[in-house]
Every structure is written in structure tokens, then in C-alpha cells.
Design a protein around this ligand. Structure first.
Ligand SMILES: [Fe+2]
Ligand SMILES: [Fe+2]
Length: 251
């Protein structure tokens, strides 16, 4: 197993670990993102079991002990399972997450106290990089879910949104909505909820130029259109499910 590195935007690196035995034959990627700055930030820790390869990959970009922030989208093993391993090799790093996630999980789980981020809060990383944490509860899943937006490069680190199979490229300007719909059909990983479409549509107001997918290639192009199309699909999907429930209640 190896972790590949690609600079997806100025000073933002994708560290991608491909796992062929998940959803074969296409396989599945796990991606972490490193945002350089005076206070470098990593988004997602990767799995605890892949920590050695991920640490070695990050060390090819900068010493791990320079990390100052470790953030993630929601409390799951691939998003934050290796948090304490990273904190051990990065003594200046602070875990950071939203209010719900800190209250429910992080205050107990992490070896150092987390920085609690409020919805919309911006952390200035220095070197021109500023990241904004945005709550997206239950979207695509997890009460504590959120995304991180780097303002200078207009990069939305969108976690499990747009999840897709395969490992054919690190960066794409092609369709990321169709493959995401296919993966949702296969995995049914989202917590379908009435607010989901609106939550994703509100992210389109950021006008992102790059969408940094946790599972899939990074997308460059019209992020607004991609987010709106994904929101429309979830509205369609949720309406269909609600209709089925209403029919069964009426029967
Ligand atoms: Fe997840
Ligand atoms: Fe994930």
C-alpha cells in the first residue's frame, strides 16, 4: 500500500491511499489534505492502520512535527481514527472540530484538548491561507458533520460528499456528479434528511473552484454547478423515499 501525493491547489496537497479490495474491481481511495501555511493544517487523519504510510507521505512534503492543526469532517475511523497517533508525532498540533463533535466524541477521544470551531469560524493559518469550518449536520452523515473551505484558493474540502469508486486520476475537470450518484446507489452511505439538499446547495454559494473529495479525485472547475446538481439529486432521492413512506402509511 502506498500514498500518492498531488498538489491540487496552490499549497494544498492531496495524500491518497488506494485500497483495491474495497468495492472491487474499481477499488476505493482515502484522501487526506495538507494545507501549507505558517500553521500547517491537515484535514482527515486517515485510518489508524494506515498511519505509517500516511505519516511517511506527509514527511515527504514537510516534517510531521510542523503540523499545527488537525481537522476532519465527522467522527469516523477514516476521518479521524489516527488522531492520537498524529498528535504523538506532532506535539504542537491541536485537534479541531465543530461544537457537536467535540461535545459528543472529541473531548473524550483525543489525547489533547480540541479547539472547538463554531459554524462559519475562520482560522488564519498564515501564509495567505484561511480555512472556514462550516457545519453540515447529517450531511452526508454524522450529527457532527462539517466541511472546511480554504478561502484563498477557493478549495472546498468536502469530506464524503461526492464519494466515488476508483483511482484513475488525482485531479479531474470532468463529471463528479454522475459517479457520486452511482456510489450513493451502491453504498447508500448518506443519512437522507429533509435538509440535505438545502445544506449542499448552501455550500454552492462559496463558489468553490476546487472540490477536494475524500474518496475520489479532486475536481477543478465549476464547483457551484456540481454542488447544485448533487443537491438536486438528493432532493429527488429524498422526495422519492418520502413518497414511498406516505404511500405505505396511506395503504
Ligand atoms: Fe464518513
Ligand atoms: Fe470518509
Amino acid at each position: 500500500m502506498e500514498t500518492k501525493i498531488t498538489e491540487i491547489a496552490d499549497g494544498i496537497y492531496r495524500l491518497s491511499t488506494y485500497v483495491p479490495h474495497i468495492a472491487p474491481p474499481a477499488g476505493f481511495t482515502y484522501n487526506q489534505f495538507l494545507v501549507l501555511g505558517d500553521e500547517p493544517l491537515m484535514f482527515h487523519t486517515g485510518l489508524r492502520k494506515t498511519f505509517p504510510v500516511n505519516r511517511d507521505a506527509l514527511s515527504r512534503i514537510m516534517p510531521a512535527d510542523r503540523l499545527r492543526w488537525i481537522a476532519f469532517g465527522h467522527f469516523e475511523a477514516d476521518e479521524c481514527g489516527a488522531m492520537n497517533e498524529w498528535l504523538a508525532v506532532a506535539p504542537q498540533a491541536t485537534p479541531a472540530h465543530g461544537q457537536i463533535g467535540c461535545m459528543v466524541s472529541l473531548n473524550d477521544f483525543v489525547d489533547r484538548p480540541p479547539r472547538v470551531l463554531t459554524d462559519g469560524e475562520v482560522v488564519n493559518l498564515g501564509g495567505g491561507k484561511r480555512v472556514r469550518f462550516i457545519d453540515t449536520p447529517h450531511t452526508p452523515h454524522g450529527w457532527d458533520a462539517g466541511v472546511l473551505y480554504e478561502e484563498s484558493t477557493r478549495t472546498l474540502m468536502c469530506g464524503d460528499l461526492f464519494t466515488q469508486l476508483g483511482n484513475d486520476r488525482a485531479l479531474t475537470d470532468g463529471d463528479v456528479v454522475g459517479p457520486a450518484i452511482a456510489a450513493e446507489d451502491m453504498f447508500k452511505y448518506s443519512c437522507l434528511n429533509p435538509s440535505m439538499g438545502a445544506t449542499i446547495r448552501s455550500l454552492s454559494n462559496l463558489s468553490p473552484h476546487t472540490l477536494a473529495l475524500m474518496h475520489g479525485p479532486s475536481f477543478t472547475g465549476d464547483g457551484t454547478a456540481a454542488l447544485r446538481a448533487l443537491a438536486d439529486d438528493y432532493d429527488r432521492r429524498i422526495s422519492s423515499e418520502v413518497s414511498k413512506v406516505l404511500r405505505s402509511v396511506a395503504a
